[in-house]
Design a protein around this ligand. Structure first.
Ligand code: SF4
Length: 241
């Protein structure tokens, strides 16, 4: 704990053989620090940057990654997630530069809530993005994440202009953001973006409640029921209609 050198990354954790965050088998880097406060966040322990677990240089993190290169195959690679990876764009860019030098596919898992020169630079080395679009209404977006949805939509436009392969993710919170009207609005919002390869609906879960208790935080979405596979199927059907 304490002050991490600015040339290094503040990191929450690593996962060596992930299969859920991007194509193929992936090495996952979970960055520490997030400016959003999503009501359904599973990882409130990633919010504050100074509670990091690791403080490492891009080279140190790449040394962890390179051991798994043989498992990545044609589709796999590295996914940097969070927290919010865009809070540390210089570090992630240097890490991605090392990955690209060694022929490793790079993916960002992000809310798309930060745009600046360093983020734009980072995108030059990003093969694909998993973009969380959390709500489809500007008012609800701000209410439940404390962030500005316009920036996220601008970020999506930048991905399109730069021809960056994109998967959109949307957590379905029953009776909060999963009405037919809201799902159709998402469809309209995403229409015309040719680099979006798929839209993935994920059910809201409460497995994080214990983390909130440990951190002495109120879990804002405790009042909503958990989502399930049926909710996902219904959303897929509405979206496909
Ligand atoms: S962007 Fe992710 S890490 Fe940040 S508050 Fe939202 S769900 Fe949590």
């Amino acid at each position: 704990m304490g002050q991490c050198n600015m040339t290094k990354g503040y990191i929450h954790s690593f996962q060596s053989m992930g299969t859920l965050d991007g194509p193929g088998v992936r090495f996952l880097v979970f960055m520490q620090g997030c400016p959003l406060r999503c009501g359904y966040c599973h990882n409130p322990d990633t919010w504050h940057r100074n509670t990091y677990t690791y403080c490492e240089s891009p080279e140190q993190v790449f040394d962890r990654i390179r051991k798994y290169k043989q498992y990545f195959g044609e589709n796999g690679g590295v996914t940097v997630s969070g927290g919010e990876a865009l809070l540390q764009p210089v570090f992630v860019k240097e890490l991605f530069a090392l990955c690209k030098k060694h022929g490793i596919h790079t993916c960002l898992d992000t809310s798309g809530c930060i745009i600046n020169e360093n983020v734009l630079d980072l995108l030059t080395l990003t093969d694909m993005v998993l973009l969380d679009i959390k709500f489809t209404d500007k008012r609800l977006y701000e209410l439940y994440t404390k962030a500005d949805m316009d920036i996220v939509m601008d970020f999506l436009s930048i991905l399109e202009k730069r021809n960056i392969r994109t998967w959109v993710r949307h957590v379905l919170v029953p009776e909060c953001n999963d009405s037919k009207e809201q799902l159709l609005r998402l469809k309209v919002l995403l229409a015309g973006y040719t680099y979006i390869e798929k839209v993935e609906f994920l059910p809201f879960r409460k497995i994080c409640e214990e983390k909130y208790q440990t951190l002495h935080l109120e879990f804002p979405f405790a009042k909503f029921r958990e989502g399930n596979q049926k909710d996902v199927e219904r959303a897929n059907a509405v979206f496909a209609s």
